[in-house]
Design a protein around this ligand. Structure first.
Ligand code: F0G
Length: 455
């Protein structure tokens, strides 16, 4: 079976090439920009040429009760919308996707938005949204006969790549910034058998170096500059639309690092819209950490027309990226959907993370920027109380347990970040801290710790 119906289109100059013609660094030979996977004819389909929406929606839902591993994947059950392989039999899957969508009951009340949800992509097999992209791009790597794959990473991409490479029987090389990734993620890359190199460079430096390496050796690049990654990462858009019975939510809020995810989710909703499967796109907003905010600066200074790299600093290490590769694609998504691009402080991120935790939803600091951003947008009056809002939580809380423990011990934030003792921010942090206490091993001592906390 030849399921392959795609080509690659340069996002910058519009040049079109076949998948096999792509350069090892996935940059356009004409203008140097990135490619997007394109399915010829989709955008032009009208009337009877359009796919049968009802039949597709029925098929996709039906596959959830199938016992076939391809059907059980929340990516490949939508395979009609990602015909990127010569044969779907080559797909490498860990049954990713199909992640939960939770109603945030307490936060809804606190913010006065009734319909507030979290799409928890941290509930994927390796604990982050990267799995949805990795299943797609790793399948292409395997189909094209590569023996080695590689990525630069702030941690989650490397964990996902190492796991999917192991499943595919391929070898993997990871380049990470030394001392700047969470232990949970590093341990995964080791466990899944990657060759892991810790470099004296930041993420951007690691990616630049890897770009040179893949030009010299037959190694398949699996960062999100690889357009097949984004094909997998667009599928949570389909799951979200399906969860709302194909009436898309008003607003989607996504963290921004290398900006592949926001680009991919935008592409997913755009394609659903073009094919007549949904009536409109949601507004898509991107939130960055204040110390790693090149896209925010770009929107402030020139409405997303050009981007100046920054030296990135944030404890949300997953998004500690100063020169995001997919910024043009993400800027387009924000512009076409009428979304916002804003940044949040280290204190705001930590508070939002603790608030989500108090709802029983653990996530990474990088994921919590979404709630911190929503609070800002709500305070500015940008989001109405009747709107349906979905926060995309990108990573699992256990990825970075050190961050959580430091917060609850009160050692995470510096005084200048909270405004010092007695400030409103410090008071908010204090009200959320739940430090562990050392207690004598007697019932009386344990019960005494509950005084003032019961009733
Ligand atoms: N959230 C988490 C948990 C991440 O790991 C990342 C990116 C992002 C958000 C930002 O997504 O880059 O698509 O804008 N992590 C990459 C990595 C860079 O190497 O794991 P983005």
């Amino acid at each position: 079976m030849n399921d392959n119906l795609h080509q690659l289109r340069c996002f910058g100059c519009g040049a079109r090439i076949t998948g096999a013609e792509a350069q090892p660094d996935f940059r356009c030979a004409v203008c140097g920009d990135l490619f997007e996977v394109e399915y010829p004819g989709w955008g032009q389909r009208r009337g009877n040429d359009r796919p049968n929406a009802g039949a597709l929606k029925w098929l996709w839902r039906e596959r959830r009760s199938s016992s076939e591993s391809l059907d059980r994947s929340g990516v490949w059950r939508f395979r009609e919308l990602l015909p990127i392989l010569d044969s779907f039999g080559n797909a490498v899957t860990l049954q990713e996707g199909n992640t939960p969508l939770y109603h945030l009951t307490r936060t809804s009340k606190a913010l006065g938005i009734d319909q507030l949800f979290a799409k928890h992509q941290g509930m994927n097999p390796t604990g982050s949204f990267k799995d949805t992209g990795m299943t797609a791009a790793m399948s292409v790597a395997k189909e094209r006969g590569f023996e080695w794959v590689a990525c630069a990473s702030t941690g989650n991409t490397s964990a996902a790549m190492a796991a999917y490479a192991a499943r595919a029987g391929l070898r993997s090389l990871v380049l990470i910034p030394e001392g700047k990734i969470a232990w949970g993620k590093l341990s995964q890359a080791m466990d899944y058998g990657a060759v892991t190199c810790q470099l004296n460079a930041d993420f951007d430096g690691c990616l630049t170096l890897l770009t040179q390496i893949v030009k010299e050796a037959p190694i398949y690049l699996l960062n999100s500059v690889n357009p097949y990654r984004l094909e997998g990462q667009k599928t949570p858009a389909f799951e979200i639309a399906e969860a709302f019975d194909w009436n898309v939510p008003d607003h989607l809020i996504v963290p921004g690092g290398n900006l592949g995810n926001s680009s991919a989710l935008g592409k997913g909703f755009r394609e659903l819209h073009e094919l007549g499967l949904v009536a409109r796109m949601p507004r898509i907003s991107v939130i960055q950490a204040e110390g790693a905010n090149p896209l925010v600066r770009s929107f402030v200074s020139n409405k997303g027309a050009s981007l100046e790299p920054v030296e990135a600093h944030t404890r949300a290490t997953a998004i500690r990226i100063g020169n995001p590769a997919s910024w043009r694609k993400a800027a387009r998504v924000i512009q076409e959907t009428g979304g916002w691009c804003l940044d949040v402080t280290e204190a705001e991120i930590s508070i939002a993370k603790a608030e989500l935790g108090a709802e029983g939803l653990g996530c990474e600091p990088a994921s919590a920027v979404t709630l911190a951003g929503l609070k800002k947008l709500r305070a500015q009056g940008a989001i109405g109380s009747a709107e349906t809002v979905v926060l995309v939580l990108t990573g699992h809380t256990l990825k970075d347990a050190d961050y959580t423990i430091d917060f609850h011990r009160g050692t995470l934030l510096k005084e200048e970040e909270t405004g010092g003792p007695g400030s409103p921010v410090a008071a908010e942090v204090e009200s959320l801290r739940r430090n562990a206490v050392v207690v004598e091993a007697t019932p009386a001592a344990v019960l005494a710790t509950l005084k003032g906390k019961v009733g």
